[in-house]
Design a protein around this ligand. Structure first.
Ligand code: NAD
Length: 338
């Protein structure tokens, strides 16, 4: 079955999601919706996506971007809509999708209660596929990054307690209005941060405490993770457990990757679109075990790690494949893990 998927909001996440959908053998992009006829609208048109104007269609025509319709037309032409609008707008849009009886995905900037359930392919794909949720939130980049490693660690060793410090990029490369420019901010200053509870929206039984720090960087987030395991493990075994995960890249020591700058260069050298890193990047050399305490560093590419998760979430709510089939299909079409 060919699924027709519409993308509402064509910014950092939306443009990547649209390209990832277009690469799938079982999906087609029914169109994208934009508020402004900027350079991204022009790029969407040149990529062959039917551009829908949220309101001022004349402005799109004036910018030489042909308009295929409005948001209602896009939703009507879609089996599933992926809302990639800025945080908070998705919640306002839900009633539009409901009016068309069209299932929808939302992003991690929305509160969890925007949707009937939250989603991460590694943590709870089958639960979503076997349930009746039609409005599903794909969890944020940081939550995705934590869920992808905590799920296998819990399956293999049991997780008693996780403590993670998330060193967060100040903004995405295109966000010239974000910061800090020259500071290191406890963010939020209250402890624990909201990230642990967000992990619990997909992994409800795990004890996870998180702290956030925001720094003047745009490339990636960096997590310093400590997991107290329920059973003994050694560093080599944990390295293997994580390396077996298709969306975890255990960075080998010989690669001499010092930080996100090198990781982004590695992705560009590999010919990845937009230099994207869909996988968690765990430094193999950082994996250490003291008693039952596991430590490691991982970098998370905030602009792209949720992209394969959105593709899988479409199949989960459309009931089109089980978790293993969907993840393989998505990975193969995008080149995840290569
Ligand atoms: P963005 O600002 O880059 O893109 C949002 C797009 O939506 C823009 O093109 C904007 O013009 C458009 N838009 C604004 N109002 C709209 C409306 N009413 N209808 C349709 N489009 C509208 O934002 P983003 O970074 O892509 O974030 C989108 C969502 O994804 C947010 O919930 C965010 O929290 C989440 N998210 C972002 C990141 C990240 O690091 N960028 C990572 C994971 C999840």
């Amino acid at each position: 079955m060919m699924l027709r998927v519409g993308v509402n909001g064509y910014g950092t996440i939306g443009k990547r999601v649209a390209d990832a959908l277009a690469a799938q053998p079982d999906m087609t992009v029914s169109g994208v919706a934009k508020t402004t006829p900027n350079f991204e609208a022009t790029a969407a048109h040149r990529r062959g996506y039917a551009v829908h104007a949220i309101d001022d269609a004349a402005a799109f025509a004036a910018a030489d971007v042909p308009v295929a319709g409005d948001l209602d037309d896009l939703v009507a032409a879609s089996d599933v809509v992926i809302d990639c609008t800025p945080a908070g707008i998705g919640a306002q849009n839900r009633e539009i999708y409901e009016a068309h009886d069209t299932p929808a995905l939302y992003q991690g900037g929305e509160d969890a209660d925007v949707a009937d359930a939250s989603f991460n392919a590694r943590a709870n794909y089958d639960e979503i596929a076997n349930g009746d949720a039609e409005h599903v939130r794909v969890v944020s980049c940081n939550t995705t990054g934590l869920s992808r490693v905590l799920t296998p660690l819990d399956e293999v060793y049991g997780v008693e307690k996780t403590r993670a410090t998330l060193v967060r990029r100040g903004g995405d490369p295109s966000q010239s209005d974000r910061g800090p420019i020259n500071d290191i901010l406890p963010d939020p200053v209250t402890v624990p941060s909201h990230h642990g509870p967000d992990v619990n929206t997909v992994l409800p039984d795990l004890a996870v405490d998180t702290m956030g720090v925001t720094v003047p960087a745009t490339l990636m987030h960096l997590h310093s993770v400590n997991v107290t395991l329920e059973s003994d493990a050694d560093a080599d075994a944990v390295r293997e457990t994580l390396a077996d995960e298709s969306r975890v890249f255990v960075v080998p020591e010989h690669a001499r990757v010092a930080g996100p700058g090198h990781l982004k260069e590695l992705a560009k050298d590999a010919g990845r679109p937009r230099g994207d890193l869909w996988e968690n990047c765990v430094w193999g050399a950082s994996i250490a075990v003291e008693g039952r305490d596991l430590y490691f560093f991982q970098a998370i590419h905030q602009e792209s790690d949720v992209v394969p998760e959105n593709v899988d979430a479409v199949r989960a709510i459309a009931g089109d494949a089980d978790a293993a089939e969907s993840v393989v299909r998505t990975n193969r079409a995008l080149g995840v893990g290569r």
